[in-house]
Design a binder for this molecule. Structure first.
Ligand SMILES: [Zn+2]
Length: 137
């Protein structure tokens, strides 16, 4: 992962939490930093395992509470993968390629132009992406 990209994500996290008057605990920062520093789209359990190396007493509840908060601040996306929910700090428009045999998820460049059907004119398109489900050859 690109160091400056991680730094940009963490800076956005710090400014968003500041703008929303949310305290930044070292644990909260560590949770976000882990998600921001990987492109593997980790599950909550993966995040917990990694952040516990630094904060052994971190509870499951703290992880889930913070993931929910980060989502509501649009700092991360939640992805419904075949093996469960995954988390993504890449909030730029992109598609996903999932290898069903390995569970790996890759970010891929978005090529589709999304447009809402005319009968949903009262809504604004917030996010759209394509998921490619693949199998190893
Ligand atoms: Zn992604």
């Amino acid at each position: 992962m690109n160091r400056s990209l991680i730094k940009t994500r963490v800076q956005k996290f710090l400014s968003e939490t500041r703008n929303n008057n949310l305290p930044v605990t070292p644990q909260k920062l560590a949770i976000f930093e882990y998600i921001a520093s990987t492109d593997k789209h980790p599950m909550a359990e993966d995040i917990l395992k990694n952040v516990r190396k630094k904060f052994p007493n971190l509870s499951d509840g703290t992880i889930y509470k913070n993931l929910k908060k980060f989502k509501s601040l649009h700092l991360i996306h939640e992805i419904d993968a075949p093996d469960g929910k995954r988390y993504d700090a890449n909030i730029e428009p992109h598609d996903h390629l999932i290898n069903l045999d390995t569970g790996e998820i890759h970010d891929i460049k978005q090529t589709s132009q999304f447009k809402l059907p005319k009968n949903f004119k009262n809504l604004t398109l917030y996010r759209a992406s394509v998921t490619y489900y693949t199998r190893s050859k």
